[in-house]
Design a protein. Structure first.
Length: 76
């Protein structure tokens, strides 16, 4: 899981490199924040409901996308 998180963050930073040096950091932080928010929500749902369902996975995807877009919008 950690390796995947590092690879996703690195890929986001590489994509941000196309836009400029500041965007390398911005996209890496956005990806990291999205992964962290999704992980925290997953832990909460697992503890609260005793497991996960498809609805939880959908919520994780929506939460990660929202956090990523929020962080990216703060950088401009």
């Amino acid at each position: 899981a950690v390796l995947t998180a590092v690879l996703v963050t690195g890929a986001a930073a590489a994509a941000g490199a196309l836009l400029g040096p500041y965007d390398i950091v911005r996209t890496a932080v956005a990806a990291g924040a999205a992964l962290l928010a999704a992980e925290l929500l997953l832990r909460h749902c697992t503890r609260r409901f005793g497991g996960v369902t498809g609805d939880v996975f959908g919520g994780l995807a929506e939460t990660a996308a929202t956090v990523c877009l929020l962080v990216l919008s703060l950088g401009q």
